[in-house]
Design a binder for this molecule. Structure first.
Ligand SMILES: *[C@@H]1O[C@H](CO)[C@@H](O)[C@H](O)[C@H]1NC(C)=O
Ligand SMILES: *[C@@H]1O[C@H](CO)[C@@H](O)[C@H](O)[C@H]1NC(C)=O
Length: 378
């Protein structure tokens, strides 16, 4: 959501809807970018925690689910490694930017981001949690990976991909340090935490881990053998693809890297469960993109219904096997502005006419409403 969240809090309050609030999703005041380079400076830690505290103070009586960051792994990669999103910083061979250093800045920015989370969480625990009774966590974009070939090198590449995309952001908040899989590759360019910082990280803890899961990709190792374009996840030295021997890993969707692979839900949830001692999880995003903008072709979205039925069936299996998953969100309620894709792809359960803003439920909206109201459906 791009509009200020207080609009959301106010409109939902009284409808029995519980707000689940994200404090930061990519955006940063230009002033802080100009003043000290935002995430590249340790000054951001204090400024972020002031901001978080203002929110806890003003809305914490009604908001009991707080997320510090949504998909920081996406904006660190795009902003500092490939340079395809603002602030468009990167260096060769990872991208083509006029400033930046892809071999250093992503690690520095993440370091400040992780410590910003820890500082905000520390404030929440100390002054608000007990009286407001809420939870605080972080949300990560979580692709599942499978080895391209069933070889030790590709299986190792899967572990590196998970470390460089997911554990990089979560390991510090659970174990007080970066993943060993990353330290091996990045060495001393990966910052270290001081004793004091580590203490703060470990005390901050995570009440929940938010998992945004859409797709599964094959991973090919590019560390021990050469690949033509080995930079899918920076220094992980892997090549990611949804295609093998002329066949896709699952049915394609309107997002070129999103394929329908329901078993991936089991993969990612089990990974998080095992790596983080079954910390409570929320599936904070899961959804299906349509390519069309024509209303007639949008409303009968049977493929979206099938997508959710299959992913939910797998999820319920994993929950039965013991994963502590507390909730599930569909992305999204409404068609909306999808970042660089703009209005060209649609994830909504409701069709939105962007000229008139009129909303029409798609078949999936009706299906989901019935699904939620039926007992013991899955
Ligand atoms: C890098 O970007 C510059 C400026 O946009 C462009 O002229 C140049 O061709 C690009 N180089 C590569 C290797 O893509
Ligand atoms: C949805 O309706 C459109 C227009 O009637 C039709 O062309 C399309 O094939 C339908 N799609 C599905 C998935 O039923």
């Amino acid at each position: 959501m791009n509009y200020p969240f207080y609009v959301f809090v106010i409109c939902c309050f009284g409808q029995g809807i519980k707000p689940f609030v994200t404090l930061n999703h990519y955006d940063i005041p230009q002033l802080l970018e100009d003043r000290y380079g935002s995430w590249l400076s340790s000054e951001i830690q204090l400024d972020f925690s002031y901001f978080a505290q203002v929110c806890f103070e003003a809305f914490g009586d009604r908001v009991t689910y707080w997320t510090t960051f949504n998909e920081p792994n996406v904006f660190i990669y795009d902003g500092y490694l490939t340079g395809t999103y603002p602030p468009s910083r990167c260096s060769y061979p990872f991208g083509n930017c006029s400033y930046g250093d892809s071999a250093l800045e992503p690690y520095i920015a993440t370091h400040n981001l992780v410590l910003s989370h820890a500082t905000a969480a520390e404030i929440y625990r100390k002054y608000y949690q007990e009286k407001q009774g809420g939870m605080i966590g972080i949300v990560i974009s979580a692709t599942w990976f499978e080895p391209y070939d069933d070889t030790p090198a590709d299986r190792l590449a899967v572990q590196r991909s998970l470390a460089f995309s997911f554990a990089w952001f979560v390991d510090p908040l659970v174990y007080g340090d970066y993943p060993p899989e990353m330290r091996q590759v990045v060495g001393s360019r990966l910052p270290t935490f001081s004793v004091e910082e580590r203490k703060k990280l470990l005390e901050g803890k995570l009440d929940f881990i938010g998992v945004n899961h859409y797709t599964t990709l094959y991973v090919k190792d590019c560390m021990f053998s050469s690949c033509s374009s080995p930079y899918s996840l920076g220094e992980a030295s892997v090549y990611l693809t949804g295609e093998k021997d002329g066949a896709y890993i699952g049915e394609q969707t309107a997002m070129s890297v999103f394929f329908v692979v329901p078993r991936g839900m089991e993969g990612i949830v089990s990974y998080v469960k095992e790596r983080y001692n079954n910390t409570p999880m929320f599936i904070t995003e899961n959804g299906y993109a349509q390519p069309t903008s024509v209303i007639e072709d949008s409303l009968n979205d049977t493929k979206r219904i099938e997508y959710h039925e299959k992913y939910l069936a797998v999820l319920s299996e994993v929950v039965r096997k013991g994963a502590d998953v507390r909730g599930y969100f569909i992305w999204s309620l409404l068609d909306n502005f999808e970042w660089l894709h703009g209005y060209l792809i649609r994830f909504g359960l409701h069709y939105v006419d962007f000229q008139t803003l009129q909303r029409t439920p798609k078949w999936s909206a009706t299906w989901y409403k019935e699904f939620l109201c039926e007992d013991n459906k899955i």
